[in-house]
Design a protein around this ligand. Structure first.
Ligand SMILES: [Zn+2]
Length: 329
């Protein structure tokens, strides 16, 4: 669960607002019930007093068991009176109890042995929202990927029929997404622009998020830009978070390799990211419009050899789907 700090913050804020809402509802119920049955306020006070006496018995260190037995009996009696008063006035007996959204953790988000399922769900929801915000033009679904659009004329260089090739790629990516875990291989998607590399990588990213994995998606330019800001902009509020999430997230999707400004900073960091993630066995998906030859011409051998040697290569052929789509719309 390598989530970025924003995801944890968003989930914590959602838990906090659940807690606030529960307290507000309880306060509201109390004022309604006390107005209808003033004696209820007295039973609540007596219950609180029993709690106070229990604490002082613990402090005294005497015969705690006997004291607890006595206090429990008193508490049961007051509760029975309270239930009767509530029932007489037509309120449910739990009307003065907090009603958290999650009964397991009481909306704290934690159980004794770790995160509560509700907390995991909030993290997943925050991660889904963050991913959607990265690429609002996409629907993140494999189902909307139409392999027929890329054409059935044989590619002269490779002898491959594009729509057949695309069907294979789609099937591969679907299976990859379905089986995704931290042992999944890294993928290198290459081919001309408009062939669906971003669409498929986003569909994989969303599937991984829905499985509870922390995913970072962005163009190489944007992600390295964040890193550069974090490193050199003293006024930046980030303290190593971009670096940590690029190196340590469960799945990193680096879109559009080759469109970034090439500087010694970007080259050094590309190598660091690719190498560190391989060493840590964390999957990465890189997409590029560059051919493998162009890649080798642009980047140092230590970068390209890692990509071509350690990533599963997915070659995209065919006609520009985006152009065809806009022409038929
Ligand atoms: Zn919970």
């Amino acid at each position: 669960m390598g989530y970025s700090k924003e995801i944890y913050t968003a989930a914590a804020a959602a838990l906090e607002s659940r807690g606030k809402e529960t307290r507000r509802k309880l306060q509201h119920n109390k004022s309604v019930a006390y107005a209808a049955v003033p004696a209820l306020e007295d039973t609540e006070r007596r219950l609180a007093a029993i709690g106070g006496r229990l604490m002082s018995e613990i402090g005294k260190g005497g015969d705690l068991q006997a004291a607890m037995k006595q206090l429990e009996a008193e508490s049961r009696e007051v509760r029975a009176q309270m239930d009767a008063l509530l029932a007489q006035a037509g309120f449910p007996t739990d009307f003065l109890e907090p009603q958290p959204v999650c009964g397991l953790c009481g909306d704290t988000g934690y159980l004794r042995d770790g995160l509560c399922e509700c907390h995991r769900q909030l993290l997943t929801k925050a991660a889904q929202e963050a991913l959607r915000a990265c690429a609002p033009a996409y629907d993140f679904a494999f189902g909307s990927f139409d392999v027929r659009l890329c054409g059935n004329e044989e590619d002269p260089a490779s002898g491959v029929v594009p729509c057949n090739n695309m069907k294979k790629l789609l099937d591969y990516c679907r299976a990859y997404a379905e089986d995704f875990d931290l042992s999944s291989p890294s993928l290198f998607m290459h081919g001309k622009t408009g062939l669906g590399k971003t669409h498929l990588s986003l569909a994989i990213a969303m599937a991984a998020v829905e499985k509870g994995y922390g995913v970072v998606y962005g163009s190489v330019q944007t992600l390295l830009g964040k890193l550069e800001k974090e490193r050199f902009d003293k006024s930046s509020a980030d303290h190593g978070e971009a670096e940590e999430s690029l190196l340590g997230c469960d799945l990193l999707v680096l879109d559009d390799l080759g469109t970034e400004f090439s500087t010694s900073f970007t080259l050094a960091w590309l190598y660091n990211i690719i190498n560190t993630r391989l060493m840590r066995n964390l999957p990465t998906i890189i997409s590029t419009n560059l051919t493998p030859e162009e890649l080798e011409a642009r980047y140092a051998e230590r970068i390209t050899s890692r990509i071509t040697g350690c990533y599963v290569s997915l070659a995209f052929f065919g006609r520009d789907i985006r152009q065809i789509k806009s022409a038929t719309e």
